[in-house]
Design a protein. Sequence first.
Length: 132
Amino acid sequence: MKDVTAAIIVKGKKVLIARRAPGEKHAGGWEFPGGKVETGETPEACLRRELSEEFGIETEVQEYIQSSLYEYPQGSIRLLAYQVKILQGDIQLRVHDRYEWVSVNQLLNYELLPADVPIAHYLQEYLIRTMI
């Protein structure tokens, strides 16, 4: 099983999602930004590296949120979601062709990659719990 990270970046009451560009693995699918954890790398270091490489932003990884397990045809992944804060930089798309700031209750209106769907459900439930 491969560990993959996902950044939950919140701005106001919206969360960042990005669409994989044509020619990339899972092209056209929307996801929480992140990437594969390399050997000897922590999930937090992976997120900082991936967000710098793919979006040109410097970030601070904050608290762990949740994980999701999914079996893709090419193998199983464990998606590890963390709350992330952008420290500096403007988003530049390098392996994605679009990004959007989406309200949590609208996340499932997008064609999220399968491993990201349980994280979206959790974020929706968490939002409801924190409002009570």
